[in-house]
Design a protein around this ligand. Sequence first.
Ligand SMILES: [Zn+2]
Length: 312
Amino acid sequence: MTEPQGRPDAEPGRIPEPWSPQSGQIGGWHPTPPPGAPRPYLYKPEPDGTQPPRGNNKQRWGRAGGGAAAGVGVAAKAGLLAKLVVALKASAVLVKFKVVLSMAVSVVAYAFIFGWWYAVGFVALIAVHELGHLVVLRALGVKVSAPTFIPFMGAFVSMKSKPKSVAHEAIGALAGPAVGTLGALATLELSNAFNSQLLRALAYTAFFINLFNLVPALPLDGGRVAGALHPALWIVGLAAAAVFAVLHPTPVLLIVLVIGGFELVRRWRTRKWIDAAYYAIAPATRVGIGIAYAAVAIVCIWGINIAYIPRH
Ligand SMILES: [Zn+2]
């Protein structure tokens, strides 16, 4: 079969990859609640004040100011330390330090809105999700960067080499929500053990974020899983993202719509005639990934219902 002339993808030397470094970011994204917006998954303190209080506006601003001061302090120390590390050419240390710094920046940013303990727990639960990607992708022989945290967006690890197949890509993608959901279950268990509403709210948020990442739209994890199930799911996922974006426009959803739209077109065009081998998948593998995907989603939906804290 010959490809039509003038098709840019068909030019010699310009063979598009179904996977590229640009599309290699695999992350735990979350819809960003605007400051002060009532969202079901926001931490709500108990009226009796047994939990870390959110405080009135004055107290909250005081805490936010403290957060900013701490942030400046951290940044100042960070600058010095980074120079020292570069001078010593300790690249391994630098990589770890960058991870810690990006996590710290995220914690400070979230603390402005949610308070310190919630912010720490929130970033830790995103880190658990990222760790799932990292460990499984590396086990599958994919080169993966350390996680980068972006305040109010989530976090991602970058794949520096292409997975062997769409099945490997899907397994690496599903590992994030799967391990992230285990983290949410552990948090829920701890919330019962310590009777902590804060931990309960964190568990709820973690279930929610891991479920959100299963929406089958690229570049979300669910979009990568969908590639191994049926590509038509990409259209379903993108349509779902479009509906969410109309109801609750957030930066993450807009990114999903733009990148997801481009990725959909690119992958759809290349999957049959350029990268058939990459997208080839054994039926049993497809079914296994489908069952695992559904199982994680069901646990997340169950968790969201169990961990829900009614408003008072
Ligand atoms: Zn992820």
